[in-house]
Design a protein around this ligand. Sequence first.
Ligand code: UTP
Length: 288
Amino acid sequence: MKRNITKAIFPAAGLGTRFLPATKASPKEMMPIIDKPLIQYAVEEAMACGIEEFVVITGKYKRAIEDHFDSAYELEEKLRNSGKKKLLEEINKMSHVNFAYIRQRVALGLGHAILCAKPFVKDEPFAVILSDDVIDPECFLLQEMIRVYDELKCPVIALEEVPKSEVSRYGIIDGVLDGDVYRIKDLVEKPKPEVAPSNLAIIGRYILTPDIFDILEKQKPGAGGEIQLTDALRALLNRRVIYGYLIRGNRFDAGDKLGYLKATVDFALRNKELAGDFREYMVQRLKQ
Ligand code: UTP
């Protein structure tokens, strides 16, 4: 059976100001959690869902992303000669994957970054994955969203319940529960807590349909002077139904310092090689 969703876009052209100075000359998406960069977690998540084509939206100072997914002959040779088979397998894990890179010349916002992928996506539905939103792989978020898309043939956006005090950091939806998804009635980018329609925040996984491009092409800058995807989705609501899927597990905003630390601790506590010693260290450290 031909799968519906085979393409994924990884916007990675943002400036990463919350992580300066680390992100001044190197991409936020290359920051590691333990030993793997954020973008590799995101690509592996997509691969696990049957995605076959990968497009990364890059910008200035993002060359390290292309290098990371490219072959590294000298290193491979060295690992081969020194019998480091496991490491060699690890770095070759993605050698069969084809990546396309599209440059967003100016960081005009997430909506604009997605629009840059139009020539690649053409007229198919596609996934959008923000690699700084790290998702607990055990909650199969993207897989579930693709299932919902396959059933309902409508755009699906990932949601998370956030504390009311944090709604102004997110796009927030107004919606009604319909089975295991929310039927979205409205979306607002970064509302003040007093006027937010709910505490259901949009997080970095989307299944979109190509009709979003017509809207993005005409979209005026919104919050922060950026072309916002949330505003375009709001306009899309006038044309078609959009569903929200609530994450059943943890998400970490690794583009934020505290979120990044939490993700690191969480992944370390689940890492077979590190968990025991790391837990022991944490327990001792917290006693001080
Ligand atoms: P963020 O809102 O996290 O912005 O973007 P940012 O610039 O990366 O980081 P801060 O807020 O300044 O610290 C969400 C996603 O959209 C991408 C980012 O790379 C990130 O994956 N993005 C954002 C673009 O690709 N282009 C843009 O113009 C803006």
